[in-house]
Design a protein around this ligand. Structure first.
Ligand code: SF4
Length: 366
């Protein structure tokens, strides 16, 4: 099967397509490319939400500093080492360490833990802790962190600025980096590439005010950045955030009202334009469509799942959005749900670290 090179016009047409029979062609192409380029395996990442403290006030996120309705926590080193043991018992070769930004980092403790994971346990390690200085990125890279996720959320600069208040409007603790007061995630993504990380980014679909042309530009930016990993999830309104109010005014717009279907389309189009990238079927998708979201993501281009292995008692406090899928589960159940979704999608569980083939190809190792 010859897959056409996608022009911006073709991307736009697919994003606007409503005929389900025509859309079957898009799902077929994405699945065909996925099977040919990254195979049948779905790789698992053990997600550790190690702190819900955050200095920023992104207008869509329940962890925003201004939200006083959640109990803040940071896992102890002992808790984190416990999570490593859980991951290894489940046969998971990669950890994804995620937290809020700024005040969550006790750098020395984290560096020690990262060295332990990489050098003693020989696991792959993805970090997702938001915007850092170049010096911090370098320190984490030198400690062995080999993958970094920093979603740019939208390529529309005005919309980005609207949902990410500048740091000067955030609480004091986040000023410590000093070398940037405004976000420049694209520059940071380029820096991460320079530092030899496997680089991941991604977007939300269905942000109030977002347009189909914005989504086309997101896809073009994925391609321009030549990303190794791309995470795409539907926007999920959190009632304790300012953006949820705006969503009420926009919810009948094409992008907001079709955000689940548009998320599948974005996953499929991303698979076609970045054939050998790692693409997760995201928890947000599994939350919006509890019955089928995770499986449909896998069937429409994704090849990664991230079972949550955070100790269960902390799960409900990591409420980026409400009623997140898996909140009531422990690590074993999260793992079992991921394996079940893989079986339902007719796929196999990947063994090992599941490095991005895009990254390996760039390095000349594949
Ligand atoms: S999106 Fe990230 S940086 Fe923004 S408020 Fe939420 S946890 Fe903090």
């Amino acid at each position: 099967m010859k897959i056409p090179e996608l022009t911006p016009r073709m991307m736009r047409d697919w994003l606007l397509e409503e005929d389900s029979a025509r859309l079957e062609q898009l799902w077929y192409m994405a699945n065909f490319v996925r099977e040919r380029k990254v195979g049948q395996d779905v790789f698992l990442r053990g997600l550790i939400e190690f702190s819900n403290r955050c200095a920023r006030n992104c207008t869509y996120c329940g962890l925003r500093a201004a939200n006083g309705d959640i109990a803040r926590y940071s896992l102890s080193e002992r808790d984190m080492i416990g999570c490593v043991g859980v991951a290894l018992e489940l046969g998971i070769g990669t950890l994804v360490m995620q937290s809020g930004e700024g005040v969550a980092l006790e750098t020395e403790q984290l560096l020690r833990f990262f060295r332990f994971v990489r050098h003693e346990k020989k696991m792959a390690l993805t970090l997702s802790v938001g915007e850092l200085s170049d010096v911090e990125f370098l320190a984490f890279r030198e400690a062995g962190v080999n993958r970094y996720l920093l979603r740019f959320e939208t390529s529309n600069k005005a919309l980005y600025n609207h949902i990410h208040p500048a740091k000067k409007n955030c609480v004091e603790g986040n000023q410590k980096n000093g070398n940037h007061t405004d976000s420049d995630r694209i520059r940071m993504l380029r820096k991460l590439r320079e530092l030899n990380f496997e680089v991941g980014s991604g977007v939300m679909v269905g942000i109030p005010g977002q347009t189909v042309d914005d989504l086309v530009n997101d896809l073009l930016l994925f391609r321009e950045l030549d990303l190794d990993m791309v995470g795409i999830g539907p926007y999920m309104p959190h009632p304790e955030t300012p953006l949820a109010l705006e969503f009420e005014d926009h919810k009948s717009s094409y992008v907001c009202s079709n955000r689940e279907l548009l998320t599948y389309k974005m996953i499929a189009l991303t698979r076609i334009i970045l054939p050998d990238a790692n693409i997760p079927s995201t928890t947000a998708l599994a939350t919006l469509n509890r019955e089928h979201g995770r499986v449909l993501g896998l069937q429409r281009g994704a090849n990664i799942l991230m079972p949550n292995i955070t100790p269960q008692e902390y799960r409900s406090e990591y409420s980026i959005y409400p009623e997140k899928a898996g909140t009531s589960m422990g690590p074993d159940d999260s793992y079992a749900a991921a394996v079940s979704a893989i079986a339902q999608a007719g796929r196999t569980v990947g063994a090992g670290k599941g490095d991005s083939l895009r990254y390996l190809a760039r390095k000349g190792n594949h």
